[in-house]
Design a protein around this ligand. Structure first.
Ligand code: GLP
Length: 251
């Protein structure tokens, strides 16, 4: 199977104005490093990679942080990807965490995704509690872009980025909805790394759909989802499969 980076590169070569959805978080950092590397290495070849017509949407942003804040997703994406490739600023959409009118910002974001004709490939990560973007447990599978309240477990999980000081972790975010992904993402690449994601990944790969584990929404669009997970993230899933086989064999 090609890597997630290769899948994006192939898409851009086939469709130079592809629409790509991006995630933040530590799991996607190697993906962005691989894209930047491929971009740099291709520049002196006959077929340089060209991001100038690629249109980008991103999943989410914290509410209340300035764009320049070290932990804003605006900054994350510029520092890890956009500043190093020839993406054009007018082709980059990141939800605004401090808009004058949040409801309008969310409507505009949804409308921009529709106007772009949907998203060819959307990269998503997964939270320890199974969240996708910032769609926390209980989020409707039909939800659109909106302001959301972060759960305590997500704030604790992300505390490491805020000097381990929970009081510095924003309480709210703006996130595209699970419905946005279902309706507008033609392909979803889910990245998961590490043992902490193992329960959430197992729940997602299980056939059962459960609104309290947002990632299980992906089961409803299974034919459009590709999972890129390391062994540690797959550990619970594999253990359950083995146990299941034991039961089936009457052991
Ligand atoms: C964050 C982001 C998600 C991300 C997830 C996992 O809170 N909002 O988009 O996928 O949680 O992050 P990490 O890869 O750092 O574990």
């Amino acid at each position: 199977m090609p890597t997630a980076a290769q899948r994006i590169i192939d898409k851009i070569r086939e469709k130079p104005d592809a629409v790509i959805g991006l995630a933040t978080g530590s799991t996607s950092e190697p993906l962005y490093a691989a894209l930047v590397n491929a971009y740099n290495e291709s520049q002196n070849t006959a077929t340089p990679l060209d991001f100038s017509n690629v249109r980008f949407f991103t999943l989410d942003e914290y509410v209340g942080l300035s764009k320049e804040h070290a932990q804003s997703y605006h900054r994350y994406l510029h520092e890890r990807l956009f500043n190093h490739i020839n993406a054009r600023p007018e082709n980059i959409r990141i939800p605004d965490g401090n808009p004058a009118d949040m409801a309008q910002e969310c409507r505009d974001y949804e409308a921009a995704i529709k106007r772009a004709g949907g998203v060819d490939i959307w990269i998503v990560g997964i939270g320890e509690n199974g969240h996708i973007g910032f769609n926390e447990p209980g989020s409707a599978f039909t939800g659109e872009t909106r302001k959301v309240k972060l759960t305590e477990s997500t704030r604790q999980a992300n505390r490491r980025f805020f000097d381990h000081d929970i009081s510095k972790v924003p309480t709210h975010a703006v996130s595209v909805g699970l419905g946005t992904l279902r309706q507008h993402a033609r392909e979803i690449l889910l990245l998961a790394s590490g043992q902490k994601k193992s329960e959430a990944v197992a729940a997602m790969l299980d056939e059962k759909v459960d609104q309290h584990v947002p990632a299980t929404m992906l089961s409803t669009v299974r034919d459009r989802v590709h999972v890129f997970a390391d062994e540690a993230a797959l550990a619970t899933y594999h253990a359950r499969q083995q146990a299941g086989r034991g039961v089936a064999a009457g052991l």
